[in-house]
Design a protein around this ligand. Structure first.
Ligand code: SF4
Length: 343
Protein backbone atom coordinates (compact mmCIF):
# COMPACT_ATOMS: atom_id res chain seq x y z
CA UNK A 1 0.00 0.00 0.00
CA UNK A 2 1.29 3.48 -0.81
CA UNK A 3 2.20 5.17 2.49
CA UNK A 4 0.05 8.03 3.81
CA UNK A 5 1.66 11.25 5.06
CA UNK A 6 1.36 9.99 8.63
CA UNK A 7 3.36 6.87 7.69
CA UNK A 8 6.11 9.06 6.28
CA UNK A 9 6.20 11.16 9.45
CA UNK A 10 6.66 8.05 11.53
CA UNK A 11 9.29 6.82 9.08
CA UNK A 12 11.26 10.03 9.54
CA UNK A 13 10.95 9.93 13.33
CA UNK A 14 12.20 6.35 13.42
CA UNK A 15 15.12 7.16 11.15
CA UNK A 16 16.12 10.15 13.28
CA UNK A 17 15.92 7.96 16.36
CA UNK A 18 18.20 5.40 14.69
CA UNK A 19 20.69 8.18 13.93
CA UNK A 20 20.61 9.29 17.58
CA UNK A 21 21.28 5.76 18.72
CA UNK A 22 24.17 5.39 16.29
CA UNK A 23 22.46 2.62 14.31
CA UNK A 24 22.70 4.45 10.99
CA UNK A 25 24.60 7.52 9.79
CA UNK A 26 22.94 10.85 8.96
CA UNK A 27 23.89 10.24 5.32
CA UNK A 28 22.07 6.90 5.29
CA UNK A 29 19.04 8.50 6.95
CA UNK A 30 19.01 11.29 4.38
CA UNK A 31 19.13 8.80 1.51
CA UNK A 32 16.24 6.91 3.08
CA UNK A 33 14.30 10.13 3.53
CA UNK A 34 14.72 11.38 0.00
CA UNK A 35 12.34 8.72 -1.21
CA UNK A 36 9.18 8.95 -3.23
CA UNK A 37 7.20 8.60 0.01
CA UNK A 38 8.74 11.66 1.61
CA UNK A 39 7.98 13.77 -1.44
CA UNK A 40 4.37 13.05 -0.62
CA UNK A 41 4.62 15.25 2.51
CA UNK A 42 3.92 18.95 2.28
CA UNK A 43 6.29 21.61 3.67
CA UNK A 44 4.42 21.97 6.99
CA UNK A 45 4.37 18.21 7.55
CA UNK A 46 8.09 17.91 6.83
CA UNK A 47 8.75 20.79 9.24
CA UNK A 48 6.62 19.25 11.99
CA UNK A 49 8.29 15.88 11.55
CA UNK A 50 11.80 17.29 11.74
CA UNK A 51 10.99 19.35 14.86
CA UNK A 52 9.42 16.32 16.55
CA UNK A 53 12.48 14.22 15.68
CA UNK A 54 14.80 16.63 17.49
CA UNK A 55 16.06 15.70 20.96
CA UNK A 56 14.14 16.98 23.96
CA UNK A 57 15.72 20.12 25.43
CA UNK A 58 15.70 21.93 28.75
CA UNK A 59 17.34 24.60 30.89
CA UNK A 60 17.35 22.09 33.79
CA UNK A 61 20.15 20.29 32.02
CA UNK A 62 22.66 17.80 33.40
CA UNK A 63 25.89 17.57 31.38
CA UNK A 64 26.61 14.11 32.82
CA UNK A 65 23.63 12.84 30.73
CA UNK A 66 25.18 14.04 27.46
CA UNK A 67 25.91 10.52 26.25
CA UNK A 68 22.40 9.25 27.00
CA UNK A 69 20.23 9.98 23.91
CA UNK A 70 17.05 9.54 25.94
CA UNK A 71 17.91 12.56 28.16
CA UNK A 72 17.24 16.18 27.15
CA UNK A 73 19.97 18.43 25.78
CA UNK A 74 20.58 22.07 26.78
CA UNK A 75 18.17 24.67 25.43
CA UNK A 76 19.67 28.05 24.53
CA UNK A 77 17.85 31.16 23.37
CA UNK A 78 19.17 34.62 22.60
CA UNK A 79 17.64 35.84 25.86
CA UNK A 80 18.97 32.99 27.99
CA UNK A 81 22.49 33.42 26.62
CA UNK A 82 22.23 37.21 27.07
CA UNK A 83 21.04 36.72 30.64
CA UNK A 84 23.95 34.36 31.38
CA UNK A 85 26.46 36.86 30.03
CA UNK A 86 24.83 39.65 32.03
CA UNK A 87 25.03 37.68 35.30
CA UNK A 88 25.33 33.89 35.61
CA UNK A 89 23.64 33.99 39.00
CA UNK A 90 20.64 35.79 37.52
CA UNK A 91 20.52 33.14 34.78
CA UNK A 92 20.42 30.42 37.47
CA UNK A 93 17.53 32.10 39.30
CA UNK A 94 15.58 32.77 36.13
CA UNK A 95 16.19 29.77 33.86
CA UNK A 96 17.26 26.88 36.09
CA UNK A 97 15.24 27.66 39.21
CA UNK A 98 12.43 29.26 37.18
CA UNK A 99 11.86 32.06 39.69
CA UNK A 100 9.56 34.72 38.21
CA UNK A 101 10.87 38.15 37.28
CA UNK A 102 9.05 41.45 37.78
CA UNK A 103 7.35 42.69 34.61
CA UNK A 104 8.71 46.15 33.79
CA UNK A 105 7.18 48.87 31.65
CA UNK A 106 10.06 48.38 29.17
CA UNK A 107 9.12 44.70 28.77
CA UNK A 108 5.44 45.57 28.29
CA UNK A 109 6.28 48.20 25.69
CA UNK A 110 8.61 45.77 23.89
CA UNK A 111 5.91 43.12 23.58
CA UNK A 112 3.17 45.49 22.42
CA UNK A 113 5.31 47.33 19.85
CA UNK A 114 6.73 44.07 18.48
CA UNK A 115 3.18 42.73 18.02
CA UNK A 116 2.12 45.95 16.28
CA UNK A 117 5.06 45.80 13.87
CA UNK A 118 4.40 42.14 13.12
CA UNK A 119 0.75 42.94 12.34
CA UNK A 120 1.86 45.90 10.19
CA UNK A 121 3.74 43.62 7.80
CA UNK A 122 1.02 40.96 7.86
CA UNK A 123 -1.64 43.53 6.96
CA UNK A 124 0.35 45.65 4.48
CA UNK A 125 -1.21 45.31 1.02
CA UNK A 126 1.37 46.15 -1.66
CA UNK A 127 -1.13 46.15 -4.52
CA UNK A 128 -3.25 48.68 -2.62
CA UNK A 129 -0.28 50.92 -1.69
CA UNK A 130 1.49 50.98 -5.04
CA UNK A 131 -1.04 53.32 -6.61
CA UNK A 132 -1.10 55.77 -3.71
CA UNK A 133 0.54 59.21 -3.58
CA UNK A 134 3.41 59.71 -1.10
CA UNK A 135 1.07 61.42 1.36
CA UNK A 136 -1.47 58.59 1.10
CA UNK A 137 1.27 55.99 1.69
CA UNK A 138 2.23 57.70 4.95
CA UNK A 139 -1.43 57.85 5.98
CA UNK A 140 -1.84 54.18 5.05
CA UNK A 141 1.22 53.14 7.11
CA UNK A 142 -0.11 55.10 10.10
CA UNK A 143 -3.52 53.45 9.74
CA UNK A 144 -1.98 49.97 10.10
CA UNK A 145 -0.82 50.66 13.67
CA UNK A 146 -3.12 50.39 16.71
CA UNK A 147 -4.22 53.26 18.94
CA UNK A 148 -2.52 52.76 22.30
CA UNK A 149 0.11 54.28 24.62
CA UNK A 150 2.90 53.93 22.05
CA UNK A 151 1.48 56.01 19.22
CA UNK A 152 4.52 58.34 19.11
CA UNK A 153 6.73 55.36 18.36
CA UNK A 154 4.27 54.03 15.76
CA UNK A 155 4.31 57.39 13.97
CA UNK A 156 8.11 57.23 13.71
CA UNK A 157 7.97 53.66 12.41
CA UNK A 158 5.17 54.54 9.97
CA UNK A 159 7.23 57.44 8.51
CA UNK A 160 10.24 55.17 8.21
CA UNK A 161 8.25 52.43 6.46
CA UNK A 162 6.47 54.92 4.18
CA UNK A 163 9.84 56.27 3.01
CA UNK A 164 11.19 52.74 2.58
CA UNK A 165 8.15 51.84 0.49
CA UNK A 166 8.54 54.95 -1.70
CA UNK A 167 12.25 54.17 -2.23
CA UNK A 168 11.50 50.51 -3.04
CA UNK A 169 8.87 51.61 -5.57
CA UNK A 170 11.29 54.08 -7.21
CA UNK A 171 13.93 51.36 -7.48
CA UNK A 172 11.39 48.79 -8.74
CA UNK A 173 12.09 46.58 -5.71
CA UNK A 174 8.66 46.34 -4.11
CA UNK A 175 9.11 42.56 -3.82
CA UNK A 176 11.77 43.25 -1.17
CA UNK A 177 9.60 45.56 0.96
CA UNK A 178 7.85 42.86 3.03
CA UNK A 179 10.26 40.79 5.13
CA UNK A 180 10.61 37.13 4.15
CA UNK A 181 10.54 36.27 7.90
CA UNK A 182 8.19 38.14 10.24
CA UNK A 183 8.44 37.02 13.90
CA UNK A 184 9.02 33.33 13.17
CA UNK A 185 10.38 30.72 15.57
CA UNK A 186 13.53 28.90 14.41
CA UNK A 187 14.95 25.74 16.00
CA UNK A 188 18.20 23.98 15.32
CA UNK A 189 20.66 21.60 16.93
CA UNK A 190 24.37 22.32 16.82
CA UNK A 191 27.47 20.73 18.30
CA UNK A 192 29.78 22.84 20.44
CA UNK A 193 33.33 21.47 20.16
CA UNK A 194 35.03 20.87 23.52
CA UNK A 195 37.99 23.07 22.62
CA UNK A 196 36.23 26.03 21.01
CA UNK A 197 37.07 28.34 23.93
CA UNK A 198 40.69 28.16 25.21
CA UNK A 199 39.66 29.42 28.68
CA UNK A 200 36.63 27.13 29.06
CA UNK A 201 37.73 23.69 27.96
CA UNK A 202 34.80 21.25 28.06
CA UNK A 203 34.72 17.59 29.05
CA UNK A 204 33.44 16.62 25.58
CA UNK A 205 31.67 17.99 22.50
CA UNK A 206 28.03 18.79 23.31
CA UNK A 207 24.92 18.89 21.16
CA UNK A 208 22.69 21.84 22.16
CA UNK A 209 19.29 23.08 20.97
CA UNK A 210 19.08 26.71 19.83
CA UNK A 211 15.70 28.37 19.58
CA UNK A 212 14.65 31.92 18.80
CA UNK A 213 11.89 34.09 17.39
CA UNK A 214 13.53 36.18 14.71
CA UNK A 215 12.01 39.66 14.47
CA UNK A 216 12.36 40.08 10.76
CA UNK A 217 14.56 38.97 7.87
CA UNK A 218 14.62 40.97 4.65
CA UNK A 219 16.01 39.55 1.45
CA UNK A 220 17.79 41.28 -1.39
CA UNK A 221 18.37 38.70 -4.10
CA UNK A 222 19.86 35.76 -2.21
CA UNK A 223 21.17 37.96 0.60
CA UNK A 224 19.33 37.59 3.90
CA UNK A 225 19.37 40.54 6.31
CA UNK A 226 18.00 39.89 9.83
CA UNK A 227 16.80 43.12 11.48
CA UNK A 228 16.12 43.53 15.18
CA UNK A 229 13.64 46.07 16.58
CA UNK A 230 14.50 47.67 19.92
CA UNK A 231 12.07 49.91 21.76
CA UNK A 232 14.64 51.49 24.13
CA UNK A 233 17.05 54.32 23.38
CA UNK A 234 20.16 53.88 21.26
CA UNK A 235 23.49 55.05 22.66
CA UNK A 236 26.47 55.62 20.39
CA UNK A 237 28.88 53.43 22.33
CA UNK A 238 31.02 50.45 21.37
CA UNK A 239 29.38 48.16 23.95
CA UNK A 240 25.99 48.78 22.25
CA UNK A 241 27.40 47.72 18.86
CA UNK A 242 29.03 44.65 20.44
CA UNK A 243 25.80 43.66 22.23
CA UNK A 244 23.67 44.04 19.11
CA UNK A 245 26.21 42.17 16.95
CA UNK A 246 26.05 39.25 19.37
CA UNK A 247 22.25 39.17 19.22
CA UNK A 248 22.34 39.20 15.43
CA UNK A 249 25.10 36.55 15.33
CA UNK A 250 22.79 34.28 17.35
CA UNK A 251 20.18 34.64 14.59
CA UNK A 252 22.80 33.92 11.92
CA UNK A 253 23.78 30.70 13.70
CA UNK A 254 20.10 29.72 14.00
CA UNK A 255 19.36 30.30 10.32
CA UNK A 256 22.64 28.86 9.07
CA UNK A 257 22.22 25.62 11.03
CA UNK A 258 18.53 25.08 10.35
CA UNK A 259 17.61 21.93 8.51
CA UNK A 260 16.36 22.10 4.95
CA UNK A 261 12.82 21.41 6.24
CA UNK A 262 12.92 24.38 8.63
CA UNK A 263 14.31 26.66 5.91
CA UNK A 264 11.66 25.51 3.43
CA UNK A 265 8.89 26.14 5.94
CA UNK A 266 9.97 29.81 6.04
CA UNK A 267 10.56 30.15 2.31
CA UNK A 268 14.36 30.09 2.46
CA UNK A 269 16.21 28.34 -0.34
CA UNK A 270 19.63 26.67 -0.05
CA UNK A 271 21.44 29.54 -1.76
CA UNK A 272 20.01 32.23 0.54
CA UNK A 273 22.62 33.24 3.11
CA UNK A 274 22.83 35.85 5.85
CA UNK A 275 25.25 38.43 4.48
CA UNK A 276 24.31 41.48 6.57
CA UNK A 277 22.45 42.25 9.78
CA UNK A 278 21.02 45.36 11.38
CA UNK A 279 18.97 46.93 14.14
CA UNK A 280 16.35 49.64 14.38
CA UNK A 281 15.76 51.90 17.41
CA UNK A 282 12.72 54.01 16.49
CA UNK A 283 12.78 55.90 19.83
CA UNK A 284 16.17 57.33 18.75
CA UNK A 285 15.33 57.29 15.03
CA UNK A 286 18.42 55.12 14.59
CA UNK A 287 18.97 52.33 12.10
CA UNK A 288 22.19 50.47 11.42
CA UNK A 289 22.95 47.79 8.81
CA UNK A 290 26.38 46.23 8.30
CA UNK A 291 27.98 43.13 6.77
CA UNK A 292 27.97 40.20 9.21
CA UNK A 293 31.09 39.76 11.30
CA UNK A 294 32.47 36.23 11.48
CA UNK A 295 34.45 37.15 14.57
CA UNK A 296 31.18 37.89 16.43
CA UNK A 297 29.69 34.56 15.35
CA UNK A 298 32.78 32.79 16.75
CA UNK A 299 32.46 34.84 19.93
CA UNK A 300 28.83 33.71 20.43
CA UNK A 301 29.90 30.08 19.98
CA UNK A 302 32.51 30.68 22.69
CA UNK A 303 29.86 32.23 24.94
CA UNK A 304 27.84 29.02 24.56
CA UNK A 305 30.93 27.02 25.65
CA UNK A 306 31.18 29.31 28.68
CA UNK A 307 27.54 28.58 29.54
CA UNK A 308 28.10 24.82 29.20
CA UNK A 309 31.16 25.09 31.44
CA UNK A 310 29.03 26.75 34.14
CA UNK A 311 26.70 23.71 34.02
CA UNK A 312 29.64 21.30 34.12
CA UNK A 313 31.04 23.03 37.22
CA UNK A 314 27.61 23.91 38.61
CA UNK A 315 29.05 27.36 39.14
CA UNK A 316 26.91 30.38 38.26
CA UNK A 317 28.78 33.33 39.70
CA UNK A 318 27.12 36.69 40.45
CA UNK A 319 28.31 39.79 38.58
CA UNK A 320 27.41 42.41 41.13
CA UNK A 321 27.23 46.03 40.06
CA UNK A 322 25.25 48.27 42.42
CA UNK A 323 23.89 50.55 39.68
CA UNK A 324 22.21 47.81 37.63
CA UNK A 325 21.65 45.21 40.37
CA UNK A 326 19.24 47.62 42.09
CA UNK A 327 16.79 46.81 39.24
CA UNK A 328 17.28 43.02 39.41
CA UNK A 329 14.19 41.01 40.37
CA UNK A 330 16.41 38.74 42.51
CA UNK A 331 18.14 41.52 44.47
CA UNK A 332 16.48 40.38 47.71
CA UNK A 333 17.69 36.78 47.45
CA UNK A 334 21.07 37.36 45.81
CA UNK A 335 23.98 36.77 48.19
CA UNK A 336 26.25 39.21 46.40
CA UNK A 337 23.62 41.95 46.65
CA UNK A 338 22.89 41.17 50.30
CA UNK A 339 26.60 41.25 51.15
CA UNK A 340 27.03 44.61 49.44
CA UNK A 341 23.96 46.09 51.12
CA UNK A 342 24.93 44.98 54.63
CA UNK A 343 28.73 44.77 54.16
S1 SF4 B 1 21.38 41.26 42.05
FE1 SF4 B 1 23.04 41.51 40.56
S2 SF4 B 1 24.54 39.94 41.07
FE2 SF4 B 1 22.61 39.39 42.06
S3 SF4 B 1 21.55 38.04 40.59
FE3 SF4 B 1 20.81 40.10 40.21
S4 SF4 B 1 22.16 40.86 38.57
FE4 SF4 B 1 23.19 39.09 39.49
Amino acid sequence: MYPTNIDVKVHRLLLMKDVRHGLISIKEANIALSTKEENNMNTDEKYEAVIKAMDEYTYQWHPENALDPSKPILKITKSSLGSFKWCANKYRFSYIERLPQDQTEAMRKGTIVHNAREDFFNDFDISKAENMSNGEILEYCNSLFPVDDYMDMYMTIASFEAQRFIDAKDEDKLDEFIPIINEECFDCEIVIPHDIHPDFSLARDYKVHLQGIIDRVFNEGNNLIPMELKTGLWKEASYKYTGMRKEMAFYEILINNSTQEVREKFGLTEDMKVTHWGWYYPASNFIHVEPLKKVTIKSVMKNIAELIKAYEDNLFLPKYWAKTCAHCSYFGICEAATEDTWG
